[in-house]
Design a binder for this molecule. Structure first.
Ligand code: ATP
Ligand code: MG
Length: 332
């Protein structure tokens, strides 16, 4: 049986940047920025896969493209349950939106401050299930709040977002995303605003919900330790491309790409000092117009002249473990 929920093939997203009026007078052409570059990835049913990488590496853009929330020109294809997401028509797109939800980083911005908890959580029922009776809707909102540990439900029902703690607000956002029992959730830094203990609570919650309703999750974070805690597989992104992909254990304990190693070395640990220094120190000169070299070349401690001449592909170095590096065998 095919267990694949999402297949992303050769996804590229290019943003067009606005030219200032002064720039326009000088005759500057349109500037573009390639946020995602030829990215391929699959997500299994019930799987939690983390996209990890530094700021600007294209994680959010990938997540938004997956949910068809990007207006920019997108190349490549995304299939959800075998159907091409980019060619869904109005009714099909509405159906897709029921099955694929997003949880945002900042619940302050994503929750309407004038709505009560019950209205926020029940909002998608009003959009997608207007046929349901008020009683049934109430039952479903209650259940979603309970899933997310907002109990007793009556204590939260009529509260406004500003009357909740940060962790509770994030739980409300999660309840709103899960009320329709979606098959896919894209969680974009869902715990980065929270303190460590609440963070673990929310991660535990996502894990429980996966067991209860079998939801698959694309978990976006810049924190490798967090990704390791929650995910089955980890995809490490750098400059719009996946540089390493494998099981969470493999990446955490046997990372092969120098960027993944640098991320691990940047985690607080007694043994990390040496590598951490190296990760920060490397900064090579490159010709800014040269295009076909490894994107990590400038910061890479393992770089050779080959990395300047051609860009490495994503190579399966062990079953299920992919690395985009010519020198992955080199021990640094
Ligand atoms: N709407 C936009 N218009 C133009 N450029 C954009 C837009 N959104 C993102 N970018 C650029 O695309 C690149 C990737 O951005 P993206 O938000 O996907 O990164 P990210 O990995 O999610 O970063 P962060 O960890 O900071 O959230 C960045 O260089 C960013 O400046
Ligand atoms: Mg982001």
């Amino acid at each position: 049986m095919d267990n694949t929920l999402v297949t992303i093939q050769n996804l590229s997203v290019v943003y067009t940047l606005k030219t200032s009026f002064a720039g326009w007078l000088k005759g500057n052409k349109k500037r573009t920025l390639q946020a995602v570059d030829d990215l391929s990835l699959t997500l299994e049913k019930g799987e939690i896969l983390s996209l990890v990488g530094e700021s600007g590496s294209g994680k959010t853009t990938t997540g938004r493209a997956l949910l068809r929330l990007i207006k920019e020109k997108v190349r490549g294809s995304i299939h959800f349950e075998g159907r091409d997401v980019f060619s869904l028509n109005g009714r099909e797109l509405k159906e897709f939106r029921k099955k694929a939800q997003m949880i945002f980083q900042d619940p302050y911005q994503s929750l309407n401050p004038r709505d009560t908890v019950s209205r926020i959580v029940g909002e998608s029922l009003d959009i997608h299930h207007r046929e349901l009776s008020a009683e049934k809707k109430r039952e479903m909102v209650t259940q979603a709040l309970e899933w997310c540990g907002l109990k007793p439900v009556e204590r939260f029902w009529n509260r406004f977002p500003h009357e909740l703690s940060g962790g509770q607000r994030q739980r409300v956002a999660i309840a709103g995303a899960l009320i329709l029992k979606p098959q896919l959730v894209v969680a974009d830094e869902p715990v980065s605003m929270l303190d460590a203990s609440v963070r673990l609570d929310i991660l535990g919650l996502l894990n429980d919900l996966r067991a209860q309703i079998g939801v698959s999750c694309l978990f976006i974070t810049h924190d490798l330790a967090l990704a390791w805690l929650i995910s089955d597989r980890i995809a490490v992104m750098y400059a719009g491309a996946i540089v390493e992909l494998g099981s969470a254990e493999l990446i955490a304990q046997g990372a092969l790409h120098p960027y993944s190693k640098a991320l691990i070395a940047a985690q607080p640990s007694a043994t990390a000092t040496k590598e951490r220094k190296r990760a920060v120190l490397v900064d090579r000169e490159v010709d800014p117009v040269a295009k076909t070299f490894c994107r990590y070349y400038r910061r890479c401690p393992l770089a050779t002249s080959q990395c300047l001449e051609e860009a490495p592909g994503l190579l399966e170095v062990h079953p299920g473990h992919f690395v985009r590096c010519f020198n992955w065998r080199t021990d640094d």
